[in-house]
Design a protein around this ligand. Structure first.
Ligand code: ZN
Ligand code: ZN
Length: 149
């Protein structure tokens, strides 16, 4: 299961791969390890996460697994080369960008710790991002408080 997460100790965002044998996840920047739970997730071709291995949260949302920075850099490169290639490079990167966007799968994201589970398929209750739910999970607001506001 490929994941993207952020180190709690030094704040470094990093990608990693966790398997059913992993018991900890170490930060490549500062080597601080976080315990990994083996419960509630499956690393199979159609993987799923029902409980976050990093924070035990059971609430997730789905989003497209897109690497924005990469797409922008690609288009910038195509534009930079355009004068020498009579615009062909620009047409090529636009085509590649379109092809990439179509290939992107859905990823599942933990509401509480923002870890992205890139190989997990969204389950029915793992809906679009919901700000209210996010605040409740992250800042410990209660549903009652949120409704009164
Ligand atoms: Zn770190
Ligand atoms: Zn989590």
């Amino acid at each position: 299961m490929r994941i993207r997460t952020q180190c709690r100790a030094c704040g470094l965002p990093f990608g990693a791969e966790i398997t059913a044998q992993s018991t900890t996840l170490a930060c490549p920047g500062c080597d601080v390890e976080r315990p990994l739970s083996q419960q509630g997730w499956q690393d199979t071709p159609h993987g799923r996460v029902d409980q976050c291995p990093l924070c035990d949260c059971q609430h997730f949302y789905h989003q497209r697994d897109v690497n924005r920075a990469w797409g922008c850099a690609l288009v910038a490169l195509g534009a930079a080369l355009a004068p020498w290639t009579w615009g062909i490079s620009l047409a090529v990167v636009v085509a590649v960008d379109w092809w990439l966007a179509r290939r992107l799968k859905m990823a599942v994201v933990c509401y509480r710790c923002d870890t992205v589970y890139r190989d997990a398929e969204p389950q029915l209750r793992q809906d679009e991002f919901d700000l209210l739910k996010h605040d409740v999970m992250k800042y410990g607001k209660t549903w009652e408080d949120a409704k009164r506001e």
